[in-house]
Design a protein around this ligand. Structure first.
Ligand code: TPU
Ligand code: MG
Length: 569
């Protein structure tokens, strides 16, 4: 590695650590407080700098990259950059992704000289950014002396990797180039914590007790299964097969248990579940929750919260009614359980009785006006083993969750944070790490307007992402929760906008579809465009939304409107 520095600086140290933990692309927006740091990161031969249009998009691109790569880095300038990047960092926290947020900061001499500085609140206390970062990361550090950098950088990264949460590293502008020691062995940062043997054993015994005497066990899979890593997804398949029971999946975990597996019984999402997943979950007398997240959204306004005592296997602990076991790693626990459980397929037998017959999907004729159903039908036909489908907040959630994933197809959703506009930068970040996958984004017009600029990075990097934009002229998901004039938005010429991002050398295509035949042609053109993104604007009627959205919106609105509870009542 002759190109690595012989004398290390704080910036070199950080660069080497990022490369050592498997980061190949770091997402940046420059500003005078981080320019020297950017030079140092650029100088590392294993890192590729990826510029973004703004810091919100930069943080969301890093969020998407972390989904593909397991960890990511976002580098911004002080306050004006970092406060925008806090949003994607919040997403990474809620979605359990280790995103390393790195911010440049003022020269170390300024605080003691009581200087007023640009990009600050206009006071002489610059500690506010670190204090804010502490609330939205698992570990926030500010380097104040170059010799402290190795310890602080290693600590922040290790915490993020272990907790699967973002961390924050602040580096003053005059320290990025300051000398520090070279990095020690990376295993000190990356080595996993394994389960406590006694706790693992005790948790497995407790699981046998929990299941004994139960006749109708069901496994419910949540989004933390994939985040846990450690082979947890494979271990779950083994456990499910050893038990023989029904396996339902939460919407944010779609694709984390293969949809073509004979024990997959659908997406459990209360009254808007697919197949008969809700019936079988409600029929169960034992529910093994694996990495589940119960929120107002995933429980349809608290109407679908399971009401039997649960076993909850989390990323690093397991709980039962009346028992808790810390330091039990999910993958190890599931693997252990697979060797001790008894086979009981009663819920599969019942499920096969309850399962609805396949619905006949009507294919539109080419001249038919485009509908939501026809869009879904055509997207379904596009999915293959190489597809990763991104679904954005809005009716795209419901349309996407209804689709059947063929083996190998992956699904990405940001249901916990729910930031409209997430899918465009996130799909961009993800695509850089997985250029071999066929990436399709389902996004609404309102969401697209939030982060549209990041399509220009897809153009810059020649990424053939297909964006299916559902133009229903407004914020339909909000209409179904609570309507008002604020849910109307200005219509754009989306196809033309995307072509504007081409400048003099881009390969983006912008297409419009108002009929079934036009959509078919546009999809064909998208498949032929291998050198850049293709956006297909699908115009549909304002009221053409899914049954599931209307039902879900009704219950979420009811949960939002609960009157304040008075003390003692
Ligand atoms: O399909 P559709 O019309 O529901 O989707 P579209 O057009 O993307 O509209 C989404 C509307 C929406 C809003 C305004 N969904 N959630 N919100 C609230 C919201 C506001 N700001 C951010 C950053 N995220 C949000 N989820
Ligand atoms: Mg819309």
């Amino acid at each position: 590695m002759s190109s690595l520095p012989t004398k290390y600086t704080v910036g070199d140290y950080l660069a080497e650590r990022l490369a050592q933990i498997g980061i190949r692309h770091h997402f940046v927006v420059p500003g005078d407080y981080n320019l020297v740091l950017l030079d140092k990161l650029q100088a590392n031969p294993n890192l590729t700098e990826v510029g973004c249009a703004n810091e919100l998009n930069c943080s969301l691109a890093a969020e998407g990259y972390a989904r593909a790569n397991g960890v990511s880095a976002c580098v911004v300038t002080f306050s004006v950059g970092a406060l925008s990047a806090f949003n994607g960092t919040g997403s990474a926290y809620a979605e359990n992704l280790p995103l390393i947020l790195i911010s440049g900061s003022p020269n170390t001499n300024d605080a003691s000289q009581f200087h007023l500085l640009h990009h600050t609140l206009g006071t002489t206390d610059y500690s506010y950014q670190l204090e804010m970062a502490k609330k939205i990361t698992c570990c926030a550090v500010a380097v104040a002396r170059a010799h402290e950098a190795p310890r602080l950088i290693d600590r922040a990264i290790r915490h993020a990797l272990l907790a699967r949460k973002p961390c924050y590293i602040e580096i003053p502008t005059n320290l990025s180039g300051a000398e520090c020691v070279r990095p020690g062995p990376i295993s000190a940062v990356t080595d996993p914590v394994t389960s406590d043997k006694a706790a693992l054993e005790a948790a497995a015994n407790c699981a046998s007790e929990y299941l004994s005497g139960k006749l109708k066990p069901v496994i419910l899979v949540g989004p933390k299964l994939r985040r846990a890593g450690d082979g947890a997804e494979q271990a779950l398949i083994k456990l499910a097969e050893a038990m023989g029971c029904a396996v339902a999946v939460q919407p944010a975990a779609k694709g984390m248990f293969p949809e073509d597996h004979k024990q997959f019984v659908g997406i459990f999402w209360g009254t808007v579940s697919t197949d008969a997943a809700d019936s079988i979950v409600h029929w169960a007398d034992a529910l093994l929750c694996v990495g589940t997240v119960f929120t107002d959204y995933s429980t349809v306004g608290w109407t679908a919260m399971p009401d039997i005592p649960l076993m909850a296997a989390e990323m690093d602990h397991v709980t039962f009614p009346g028992a808790h076991f810390s330091r039990v790693r999910l993958g190890e626990f599931l693997s252990h359980l697979a060797t001790t459980v008894k086979f009981n397929n009663s819920t599969m037998i019942e499920y096969n009785r309850l399962k609805p017959d396949p619905v006949l999907v009507r294919t539109a004729t080419p001249s038919d006006e485009l509908t939501r159903k026809e869009i879904s039908r055509q997207i379904q036909a596009l999915l293959d083993s190489k597809t990763t489908l991104f679904v954005e907040t809005g009716d795209s959630w419901f349309n996407g969750v209804q689709l059947k994933l063929p083996p190998g197809a992956l699904f990405e959703i940001e249901m916990a944070w729910g930031h409209i506009g997430w899918s465009i930068p996130a799909a961009f970040g993800y695509a850089l790490r997985h250029p071999d996958r066929k990436i399709i984004v389902m996004v609404g017009d309102g969401s697209f307007q939030v982060t549209a600029q990041e399509v220009s990075q897809m153009v810059r990097f020649n990424l053939p992402i297909t964006i299916v934009l559902l133009n229903n002229r407004g914020y339909t998901i909000e209409v179904e929760i609570h309507d008002g004039s604020y849910n109307k938005i200005k219509n754009w010429n989306y196809a033309l906008l995307v072509q504007a991002f081409n400048g003099e050398d881009g390969n983006a295509k912008g297409l419009t579809a108002k009929t079934a035949g036009e959509l078919q042609d546009a999809i064909k053109a998208a498949e032929e465009n291998t050198k850049g993104p293709t956006l297909i604007e699908c115009s549909i009627d304002q009221d053409d939304c899914s049954r599931e959205l209307i039902t879900w919106g009704h219950f979420v609105a009811a949960a939002n409107a609960r009157p304040p509870r008075l003390p003692g009542v």
